[in-house]
Structure formats: structure tokens, C-alpha cells
Design a protein around this ligand. Structure first.
Ligand SMILES: [Zn+2]
Length: 342
């Protein structure tokens, strides 16, 4: 008899099926969560690859879930490992797709936005001072993954506080920007037993989610994410199905750990700037923090440092000179600690 994998038995309630969908990234599978009941609902979908779809379908079939009868798809955020198959499920079932209003246009027009998006990523990485070799590798990677999400019509654009009937539950939409501008948590606050929530990539257990901030227009994402964590701290959320990994409890502990790691990293980055014998690029800080950084990690590592740099600049701890403010030919912004006030 084939051995069942441990993950198949980790449904938090009889009406809640967590389906860990294989994805083409070095991350734990992405959770698609099926809510059984009056309004068959799926929260998140996996990526649009053959492997991801087969992994979803096989597990759904084994649990007796009929994809054609899904009535709603709730998206936690428009990343391809979460929303990639929304269109495919919509086509197979006619399900209404819902997403926060900040990301609805992105989901509907993903393919036509690709070019502009990649151009602004390229600009952001150039400004951060990434070597050309890495910029090329990252831009290739971007092109490779862009096809893993299909444009999908959005039936309902969600706002903070909206209520959705899903399965036999009523979910409250919590707008939790940071990881992405339209990230949401779907929370069953009437659930006396579990106080169940599907948290997307806003709350992950072992991985500190990256507040994506590489393009100029993403400036402030880390500050926004920290505000989201402060807001969530006071909420009586119980069992969480995160975007990746097993269900978890202990929201406050996860938040405290994330805030502690943030403070520690901030301290190290300021220390690197103190040690430096002149202005440095963001990339220089990245390689101090992660000496073994490679193409696989460069994007998220740069985003992380840019998040800190944005906050430190706003607080006046550091000064940034943009390339256009300088005489040299460098294309990157340069950072240094602000002079202490006399
Ligand atoms: Zn994500």
C-alpha cells in the first residue's frame, strides 16, 4: 500500500480541505483551500503549470471535490503560485473569482502588463546596483514565470471588511497590504472553535514574508507590511492556513518573531553603513548581509534591503543620492549614513 504523505491529514476541520499544490519554486507547496458546503469555494489555486495543475486535480479528486462545481475562487494575492490557475478553474466551473480591488486589474490584464512590469523591475535592479550578469539572469527568470498565470475575469473586487459566504461559513476580508498591495486574509470570525483564517503570504510560519519592493512604485512596501503586522497583533485569529506549509496557530508569536528579525536586520544594515569607507549601493549591502547570494536569491534579498533602505531614508538615518543627482556615470543610487546633527 502506498504510504500517504503526512500533509494529507492536516485538515483543520471536516469542511476544510487544504490541498498543497506543487509549484516550480524552492518553496513548500502552495495551499489551495477548499471549503465544502452551500457555496463550494476555493481559496487560491496554485501556478499555471502542468505539474501544478495535475497535483491540484489529483488531490481534489481523491477528496471527492468536483472542480466543475466550485462556485467561487477567492484569491489572497495575485502571485502566480496563488492565482495562476484562477482562470482555468473559472473556465472549468464558471466560478466567480474575487480579489482585493488593488489587484483586480492586474489579474484581469496580467499578460498585457508583463512588459511594463519587467521594464520597471529592470530599472529598480539597476538603481540598486546589481551587476549586469545578475540583472540578465533575473530578467530571463521573470520571462519564464510570467506565463504561469492566466488573465482572469474578476467578478467581485473586494474591500477591507467585506463579508463572503463561502462553504457554510461567512468570511471577513481583512486587507493586509505589504507582501503585495492587495494581499488579504480571509477570516471566519464567527468560528468559535478555530477562528480559522486563510492568510496567503501575509503570515507564513517559518519564512518571513518579503514585502516586495524593487520597483519605484513599490516604495514603502516594508513600512506598510509592518503596519499590517501591528494591526493583526490585536486580532483573535486562531488556526491559520498560510500560503505555504501546514496549518499553524500562534499569530502573535509569529508576528513578534518577524518584528524581531526586522529589528536585527535593520541594526546590521546600519552597522554595514557605519563600517563602509564611503557611499555604497544597495547591492553592496545585500552582499554583506548574504555573502553567498546567487541569482536564485538576488531578487528577494534586494527587495528586502530596499525595504529597509526606504524606511531608513524616510527616518533621516541615511541619505540617498540618485544617479541623476551626480556627475559620475554610475547608474545606481548611493547610500550613506546621514551626518549626525550638530
Ligand atoms: Zn506571494
Amino acid at each position: 500500500m502506498p504510504m500517504a504523505t503526512a500533509t494529507e491529514h492536516d485538515d483543520p476541520a471536516p469542511d476544510v480541505h487544504r490541498i498543497p499544490v506543487d509549484i516550480p519554486f524552492p518553496l513548500p507547496p502552495a495551499n489551495a483551500t477548499y471549503l465544502k458546503g452551500a457555496v463550494p469555494t476555493l481559496v487560491d489555486t496554485g501556478a499555471k503549470t502542468d505539474t501544478s495543475w495535475e497535483s491540484f486535480e489529483r488531490q481534489a479528486r481523491r477528496r471527492g471535490i468536483e472542480v466543475a462545481r466550485i462556485e467561487q475562487v477567492l484569491v489572497t494575492h495575485v502571485h502566480l503560485d496563488h492565482a495562476g490557475n484562477a482562470a482555468r478553474i473559472h473556465e472549468a466551473s464558471g466560478a466567480e473569482v474575487m480579489v482585493h480591488e488593488a489587484e483586480a486589474d492586474i489579474l484581469e490584464n496580467w499578460s498585457s502588463l508583463t512588459e511594463g512590469r519587467n521594464r520597471s523591475y529592470e530599472e529598480g535592479l539597476r538603481r540598486a546596483g546589481l551587476p549586469e550578469r545578475l540583472r540578465l539572469a533575473l530578467s530571463q527568470r521573470g520571462t519564464d514565470v510570467d506565463v504561469m498565470l492566466d488573465d482572469c475575469p474578476v467578478a467581485r473586487r473586494l474591500k477591507d471588511g467585506d463579508k463572503i459566504e463561502a462553504g457554510d461559513r461567512t468570511l471577513t476580508v481583512l486587507h493586509t497590504p505589504g507582501h503585495t498591495p492587495g494581499s488579504v486574509i480571509y477570516w471566519d470570525e464567527e468560528d468559535q472553535d478555530l477562528s480559522l483564517a486563510m492568510t496567503g503570504d501575509t503570515i507564513l510560519e517559518r519564512i518571513t514574508p518579503n514585502a516586495l519592493q524593487v520597483r519605484r512604485e513599490e516604495d514603502g512596501a516594508l513600512a506598510t507590511y509592518l503596519k499590517t503586522l501591528e494591526r493583526l497583533k490585536s486580532m483573535p485569529i486562531g488556526t491559520m492556513i498560510p500560503g505555504h506549509g501546514l496549518p499553524v496557530t500562534g499569530l502573535d508569536g509569529i508576528i513578534e518573531r518577524a518584528l524581531r528579525l526586522y529589528e536585527e536586520r535593520r541594526g546590521r544594515l546600519v552597522g554595514f553603513l557605519k563600517d563602509a569607507d564611503g557611499p555604497v549601493t544597495v547591492w553592496r549591502l545585500v552582499t554583506r548581509e548574504w555573502p553567498d547570494v546567487d541569482a536564485g536569491k538576488a531578487f528577494l534579498a534586494t527587495s528586502e534591503v530596499l525595504g529597509h533602505v526606504g524606511i531608513l531614508a524616510k527616518e533621516g538615518v541615511i541619505e540617498i543620492t540618485e544617479p541623476e543627482e551626480r556627475e559620475d556615470d554610475e547608474e545606481a543610487a548611493l547610500l550613506r549614513l546621514a551626518a549626525p546633527e550638530a
